[in-house]
Design a protein around this ligand. Structure first.
Ligand code: MEV
Length: 451
């Protein structure tokens, strides 16, 4: 029996980047030198940029690259954008671009911000008399307000700050459990640090308030935790497109505008009534949303968590988009909560995120919400348009063809020939491989080398 090498380590984080890579490749890879060279080759050419990335997360040994694409022709409320998108899924950027182009000649995409309110909570137990806590909110608000003046001064200067504090009684679900639900306006920042700092100060001040102002013994108040809530249903954007049904035009498969509108609305309706379909439908929306959120250095996990919580707000998980045909007008809309920032955090740190903002004309957070909402809508439109006409595999496999060609080491000439060959044929990995073999036959006797 061979004894397994101990692959645990203490002090990994204290090693230099080179030291970390050396330890990793020597312990986990069969060809340490090769892997070490490869991982180092992904370090950014620019040492300063590399330092920034190393400072963003811990134990970095290299960079994980994702494609940075652009979807042009997004006309939103009359303004034209070329939208940066980071995604690993082929056909997402092409689908967004195709939808934006479709709506370009039909009035573009419309969007409005319905609200920008962010939320946070202080969770605590109060073991005193209920009558003490019930009427205390006005005084508590005042007390907390006074004790956070220093923390909120800057945000107030920018037009934001704490909007309201609510006291929530959950004692019917958990003994003695109450909550402060605090709403914030954080202007152009996502505001996580601001919100959490204010909440932690509230948490400290809460005990003092009950003890000093209301005379409650200290052991009757226990703060459990304080943290922002990623569910921000009032940080909401609405994006929509509309045109007379006849202007939708003709679609593949001989589908006319009326039939298309009906089939499209049915597809949306199914995502409203069936959760299995709704999850896939909304995933398609987030294909677009996440790509812009990542390209602009925002927190895509927060955005996803919030969007899915919103999709289930009435107790059943449903479509985030809606559709109708009324009096001859086709209308398709998306309503999604988006808590994003255009200043602070990664937005001003990540070298490419900074370029994304420049590309978008340095938008405010509200403008960015509208851009992201419009891309989510466009993505959903493209997916449903394909699904109710040709199906998605046709277009998808054509995009996938590029990946297959890279994987099979196709030269530029081989790639051109293969694309031409598959222009009117179904793409599959096996079919592309077989075709490449026929191209290479004389030289390689049918051998395909994959990396
Ligand atoms: C694939 O990433 C997204 C779709 O499945 C979305 C949808 O079905 O609506 C095409």
């Amino acid at each position: 029996m061979t004894q397994q090498k101990d692959k645990t380590i203490t002090g990994f984080s204290k090693l230099s980047k080179r030291g970390k890579i050396k330890w990793i490749v020597e312990n986990f890879f069969q060809h340490p030198e090769t892997v070490m060279r490869e991982l180092k080759s992904y370090w950014l050419a620019n040492e300063d940029h590399q330092k920034i990335l190393d400072g963003i997360s811990e134990n970095t040994i290299s960079n994980y690259h994702l494609p940075y694409g652009v979807a042009p022709n997004f006309v939103i409320n009359g303004k034209t954008y070329a939208v940066p998108m980071v995604t690993e899924e082929s056909s997402v950027v092409a689908a967004a671009s195709s939808a934006s182009k479709f709506w370009l000649s039909r009035g573009g995409i419309h969007a409005e911000v319905i609200g920008t309110v962010k939320l946070g909570q202080v969770h605590f137990f109060f073991r005193g008399k209920k009558s003490t806590i019930v009427g205390c909110l006005p005084a508590l608000r005042e007390y907390l307000h006074e004790h956070t003046q220093d923390l909120t001064a800057n945000m107030r200067k920018r037009g934001g700050g704490v909007l309201d504090i609510q006291l929530k009684d959950f004692t019917h679900q958990m003994p003695d459990y109450y909550q402060l639900l605090v709403s914030f306006e954080t202007c152009d920042s996502m505001g996580a640090n601001f919100i959490n700092s204010v909440l932690e100060r509230y948490a400290q001040s809460l005990g003092h308030f009950f003890h000093e102002v209301l005379g409650v013994p200290e052991d009757q108040v226990e703060v459990l935790m304080s943290i922002l809530s990623n569910y921000t249903p009032d940080s909401l954007v609405r994006a929509w497109v509309e045109c007379p049904v006849e202007e939708l035009g003709e679609f593949k498969g001989g589908i006319g505008p009326r039939e298309f509108a009906t089939r499209f609305c049915h597809a949306v309706r199914i995502a409203e009534i069936d959760t299995y379909r709704a999850a896939t439908h909304n995933k398609g929306i987030f294909n677009g949303i996440d790509a812009v959120v990542i390209a602009t250095g925002n927190d895509f996990r927060a955005i996803e968590a919030c969007g899915h919580a919103y999709a289930v707000r009435d107790g059943q998980y449903r479509s985030l988009s809606g559709c109708e045909v009324k009096e001859g007008i086709f209308r398709f809309w998306l309503e999604v909560p988006l808590a994003v920032g255009t200043v602070g955090g990664l937005t001003s740190l990540h070298p490419i995120a900074k370029r994304s903002f420049e590309l978008l004309g340095n938008p405010t957070a509200s403008e960015l919400m509208m851009i992201i909402g419009a891309v989510g809508l466009a993505q959903n439109f493209s997916a449903l348009r394909s699904l109710v006409t040709t199906g998605i595999q046709d277009g998808h496999m054509r995009m996938h063809l590029s990946n297959i060609l890279v994987k099979l080491n196709a030269s530029a000439e081989e790639a051109d020939a293969t694309r031409a060959h598959f222009a009117d044929k179904q793409v599959s990995y096996q079919a592309v491989r077989d075709y490449l073999m026929t191209l290479r036959e004389p030289a390689t006797k049918g051998q395909i080398q994959t990396p």
